[in-house]
Design a binder for this molecule. Structure first.
Ligand code: NAP
Ligand code: MG
Length: 424
């Protein structure tokens, strides 16, 4: 059998612990026999990140910008314990955060469905993809405890050299800060609260530029998947902050996507976050749900758990200028790795990692107009799901499955069963 030849490479980012072990097995068993794999390899394993002063992560991010498609293994985000464990020079930043900062992307998380694992929500028949804004809000907030009675103020000092134009606030009349006038280099004050005793205080921010690129990523993703897009915030309560998200989304939609959505037969739908939650639970799925940073963090765990397992959730980072980075949503599965090091067999689920590779290869195929790669990706995914549906599965799924008698296998045997299904 001749192997598929690739025109352009994929950026391959290796990782840590159990997922690093599985990464090598997947390539050996499921990719290299079928594809003349062309990758630009970056070792993001913690040891190599430390040796290169984390330059390798930056290089990988830049490489994705150049070749437009990347696939990433899970990596350790160091904490104090890891600094000691790996004798690190520094507590390096999360590689995902570094790459996200380079690509300026939005993260889409989609569950992988199999017929023998029923979602907790009975009406769900199709996957629900969470699109999580990956910048700002409470993740970049400034906060402290207020020690005593006193006045808290929100202060903004303009550094604009030009006088403000009406247009600065024009899209959203209500967003004028208190005391706004036509001159620049001003300071705006707004009382947050007159504290009568101790309490807490927090200030957070977001940027129009980031919200706009989030909106573009969501509209494009919905178009590429031919799925409706939902977006939800709490604009009735947050009349400036959340209202800005709502208005910018609407403006981006009206000016650039309304026509394309109509042609694709899909819709854009805005609603309040609490209404969205109620509707999501009653829906049959099959749409993209765009969420602000915190909402996306919480809702993606709710959605993945309700669909089955973290090991069955893919994640793709989509940048506004058309770069894609695919990975599994789970981490390096440390607990399994320590068992593996002791020589014990593990039954770690490789499905989300397989789908990261198939997603990247499919995208490469689409960008390069290489149908063979697209067909291969479809076949690999179908074979993987078919094996589970026959009852051969890893331990995590066996605990959830209904309707078939599960045969629990270790990771290697599971991967070999998929290989066998590929060549049937
Ligand atoms: P984790 O690796 O996702 O694992 C948490 C638990 O979920 C595991 O102990 C396991 O449960 C279950 N699990 C996750 N993936 C599984 C799979 N493929 N098959 C079977 N079970 C699976 O999260 P963590 O333990 O919190 O984090 C471990 C390391 O990963 C940390 O160093 C963290 O920094 C890193 N991390 C990286 C990424 C990323 O690169 N995108 C994301 C998250 C975390 P049982 O032990 O009960 O079987
Ligand atoms: Mg979370």
């Amino acid at each position: 059998m001749s192997r598929i030849v690739m025109k352009n490479p994929i950026v391959e980012m290796d990782g840590d612990e159990m997922t690093r072990i599985i990464w090598a097995q997947l390539k050996e068993e499921l990719l290299l026999p079928f594809i003349d794999l062309k990758t630009e390899y970056y070792d993001l394993g913690l040891k190599h990140r430390d040796e290169t002063g984390d330059q390798v992560t930056v290089d990988a991010g830049e490489a994705i910008k150049r070749v437009h498609v990347g696939v990433k293994c899970a990596t350790i985000t160091p904490n104090e314990q890891r600094v000691a464990e790996y004798h690190l020079k520094k507590m390096w930043k999360s590689p995902n955060a570094t790459i996200r900062a380079i690509l300026d992307g939005t993260v889409f998380r989609e569950p992988i469905l199999v017929s023998c694992v029923k979602p907790v929500v009975r009406t769900w028949q199709k996957p629900i993809t969470i699109a999580r804004h990956a910048y700002g809000d409470v993740y970049k907030a400034v906060e402290y405890r207020v020690p005593s009675a006193g006045k808290a103020e929100l202060v903004f000092t303009s550094s604009a050299s030009e006088p403000f134009q009406e247009a600065t606030f024009g899209v959203f009349q209500s967003t004028r800060p208190h005391g706004f006038s036509e001159s620049s280099s001003e300071t705006f004050h707004e009382t947050v609260y007159d504290f009568e005793g101790a309490g807490v205080l927090q200030a957070m921010h977001n940027k129009d530029s980031s919200i706009i690129s989030f909106a573009h990523a969501c509209f494009r993703y919905a178009l590429s998947r031919k799925q409706d897009l939902w977006f939800s915030t709490k604009d009735t309560i947050s009349k400036q902050y959340d209202q800005t998200f709502k208005n910018l989304f609407q403006r981006v939609y009206d000016t650039e996507y309304a026509e394309q959505f109509k042609e694709a037969g899909i819709t854009y739908f805005y609603t309040l976050i609490d209404d969205a939650v109620a509707r999501v639970i009653r829906s049959e799925g099959g749409f993209v749900w765009a969420c602000k940073n915190y909402d996306g963090d919480v809702m993606s765990d709710m959605i993945s758990t309700a669909f089955g397992s973290l090991a069955m959730m893919t994640s793709v980072l989509v940048s506004p200028d058309g770069n894609f980075e695919f990975e599994a949503a789970h981490g390096t599965v440390t607990r399994h790795y320590y068992r593996h090091l002791k020589g014990e067999e593990t039954s770690t689920n490789p499905i989300a990692m397989i789908f990261a590779w198939s997603g990247a290869l499919r995208k490469r195929g689409e960008l390069d107009k290489e149908d063979a790669l697209i067909t291969f990706a479809d076949k690999l995914e179908a074979a993987s799901l078919a094996v589970i549906e026959r009852g051969i599965m890893t331990k995590d799924l066996a605990l959830l499955c209904e309707g078939v008698k599960p045969e629990v296998v270790n990771t290697s045997d599971f991967i070999r069963a998929i290989r066998a299904a590929m060549t049937e």
